[in-house]
Design a protein around this ligand. Structure first.
Ligand SMILES: NC(=O)c1ccc[n+]([C@@H]2O[C@H](COP(=O)([O-])OP(=O)(O)OC[C@H]3O[C@@H](n4cnc5c(N)ncnc54)[C@H](OP(=O)(O)O)[C@@H]3O)[C@@H](O)[C@H]2O)c1
Length: 319
């Protein structure tokens, strides 16, 4: 089978197409004939060697969608021919940028018939992250105000839709005017330019001066001071960034703010959250946005494009 692989860490150019043996599923694993997979930022970090220590050569891709081709003897939830989508693949075991991928059954759920391969392939990791942050950790409720930094991104565009569906008022940010205009269609009440000098005042004004109850932040190092200014008393900041910077004392203490780190590797069993996402997509509550699709031969371009940004949603690769 064809697989995208890298034999050394480095720039996107290290990605190449190799002919490799089709793998065989273990007892609790599923062999999936991949139809679409998505680029996640962490894939770029692994490929560039920032995370290191992957057995090389490595196949990138931590989520995706496809048809079940075979199941291990302990797998009862799926059978050959099922449409499935995945989230949370362990990079050390090989990824989804291949014609076939081995995926543990607990990281798969059925993909509803009405959901395209590209949408199913795009949503796994970012949808699981958005749901875990907003629903499982922050417990966002109707009437809450939620600030989502970078609503145009993979996680952000899912988070905007999930928070809006919960009945929250969603304030978000993005880089370009064209992109900002599209985020209100996804459920945001107001969208600001993240480079604006008056961002904190604008957010507070949009929140009637009362502040926001929950913040989803992927660049806490840059936004901690702003977050502490705009968060309400007793509010929660969910950080998907690995490093929690020093809090600057007073506002943090006075407002009794909770800063909650989120590391999705700590949530290895993905079937429950994938089933949630499947239901939301079936109900047209969650509509993944696929900004562009690339063939496997063009995977390097997709790995470069995610760093450029300036689009809404996800980049998808297909065999
Ligand atoms: N901890 C975890 O388990 C976990 C899980 C998932 C993701 N993450 C991390 O979360 C981050 C987002 O992931 P993603 O998949 O959504 O990435 P993504 O699709 O590449 O989105 C990045 C977002 O950041 C925005 N952005 C760029 N510069 C910004 C700035 N100065 N201020 C505010 N926003 C800015 C982009 O906006 P424009 O494109 O409009 O410029 C875009 O909305 C990544 O760093 C990823 O590694 C962590």
């Amino acid at each position: 089978m064809r697989a995208v692989r890298y034999h050394d860490y480095g720039s996107a150019d290290v990605l190449q197409i190799d002919e490799v043996d089709r793998p065989t599923p273990d007892r609790d694993e599923v062999l999936v004939e991949m139809r679409a997979a998505s680029v996640n930022r962490v894939d770029v970090m692994f490929r560039s060697g920032q995370y290191g220590d992957l057995p090389l050569p490595s196949i990138p891709g931590g989520d995706g969608a496809g048809l079940v081709a075979a199941v291990g003897e302990d797998v009862a939830a799926f059978e050959p021919g099922d449409r499935v989508f995945a989230s949370g693949m362990d990079r050390a075991e090989g990824g989804t940028f291949a014609e076939y991928a081995i995926i543990p059954a607990e990281k798969l759920a059925l993909l509803p018939d009405g959901v395209s391969w590209a949408d199913g392939g795009a949503i796994g990791n970012v949808g699981a992250t958005a749901w875990t942050a907003l629903e499982d950790l922050a417990g966002v409720q109707a009437g809450d105000r939620v600030l989502i930094h970078g609503g145009s991104g993979g996680v952000g565009h899912a988070a905007v839709q999930i928070a809006a569906h919960s009945g929250a008022e969603v304030i978000t940010t993005a880089g370009s005017e064209a992109v900002r205009a599209r985020l209100t269609d996804l459920g945001a009440s107001v969208v600001f330019d993240y480079e604006s000098d008056s961002l904190a005042e604008d957010i507070l004004a949009a929140a009637d001066g009362a502040g926001v109850d929950t913040i989803l932040d992927h660049q806490l190092e840059e936004y901690l001071d702003l977050d502490l200014e705009v968060v309400t008393e007793g509010g929660t900041i969910i950080s998907t960034m690995g490093h929690i910077p020093e809090t600057n004392g007073r506002p943090f203490y006075n407002k009794e703010v909770t800063i909650q780190p989120l590391k999705m590797d700590n949530h290895p069993s993905r079937r429950p959250v994938l089933k949630r996402l499947a239901r939301l997509m079936e109900q047209d509550v969650l509509a993944p946005v696929v900004a562009d699709t690339y063939a496997f031969d063009d995977a390097a371009r997709a790995h470069q494009e995610i760093l450029t940004g300036g689009y809404v949603g996800k980049l998808v690769v297909t065999p």
